[in-house]
Design a protein around this ligand. Structure first.
Ligand SMILES: NC(=O)c1ccc[n+]([C@@H]2O[C@H](COP(=O)([O-])OP(=O)(O)OC[C@H]3O[C@@H](n4cnc5c(N)ncnc54)[C@H](OP(=O)(O)O)[C@@H]3O)[C@@H](O)[C@H]2O)c1
Length: 237
């Protein structure tokens, strides 16, 4: 298989996806904003490229020649960061740049990492619309993220080169997405609903799901939840 281009490759999800891709023997182009800060510039089979996912020209420049792309970018890494500099259109711009760039380069598959906040809760509302379930101060980020999903769906409805040419899927982890938790190799796929409160997932297993959907696509132009309902302590190997 031709290589995989990973946007946000220096982040938590992006590193896990890059590791899983390398474990399976794929060549990876790791797209980061500042290659000097990328932790493993010389990793075997990994080429580091500079790129901003919201810049259509930069995306178009790096995606050619790959079989699939991964969108693991986040402009927000934690509440301490605040939202003063958050662009509400960030994920919309990223969706446009990715769909346009991938379609133009003939890259047919995009796997994006979602956010649990806009999955649907038990009462039928988005999780982010329930102040008891989701902190109001993080809502601007959740709204921006949800707008990116809407953009992917609109592109599909509109058709055209970008909408028809790129088979995207958004895999959405549960609220408990654990850094450093083990790779079990197992996960479950849900639908639009948020999984039960005890659901969790390691970044490593999120990456397993991402790579499975690249190697053998089963989900097309849709958003689903991905989770592991066993506790981290029950993880196998
Ligand atoms: N429970 C959940 O639902 C949950 C939990 C966590 C994350 N997520 C989602 O998972 C995805 C990845 O999150 P993460 O935890 O891996 O975040 P992360 O560790 O903060 O990494 C995000 C990466 O995005 C990069 N980035 C930021 N702006 C960029 C831009 N304009 N162009 C290119 N790269 C850019 C950052 O690179 P720099 O080094 O250049 O800053 C960083 O490496 C996001 O969609 C996030 O919302 C979901």
């Amino acid at each position: 298989m031709a290589g995989i281009v990973v946007f946000g490759a220096g982040g938590r999800a992006g590193r896990a996806v890059t590791d899983e891709a390398r474990r399976r023997g794929h060549r990876v182009t790791a797209v980061v904003r500042d290659p000097g800060r990328y932790p493993e510039p010389g990793a075997d089979g990994v080429t580091v490229a500079r790129g901003d996912v919201t810049d259509p020209g930069a995306v178009a420049e790096v995606v050619g020649g790959h079989a699939a792309a991964v969108h693991a970018v986040s402009p927000f890494s934690g509440p301490e960061q605040g939202f003063d500099s958050l662009d509400p259109e960030f994920f919309v711009k990223a969706a446009d740049a990715l769909l346009g760039g991938l379609a133009g380069a003939g890259v047919g598959r995009l796997v994006a990492v979602g956010l649990f906040a806009h999955l649907v809760g038990a009462d039928g509302r988005a999780v982010m619309d329930d102040p008891a379930a989701f902190p109001a101060e993080i809502r601007p980020f959740a709204l921006a993220h949800a707008a990116g999903l809407r953009r992917l769906r609109e592109a599909t409805e509109r058709g055209g080169e970008a909408g028809a040419g790129v088979d995207w899927v958004m895999l959405t982890p549960p609220a408990r997405l654990e850094v450093g938790a083990p790779r079990t190799g197992r996960y479950r796929l849900g639908g639009e609903r948020a999984p039960d409160a005890d659901a969790w997932l390691s970044y490593a297993d999120l990456a397993v799901a991402v790579l499975d959907e690249i190697e053998t696509p089963t989900l097309h132009r849709t958003r689903v939840s991905v989770f592991n309902s066993a506790g981290p302590g029950d993880a196998g190997s």
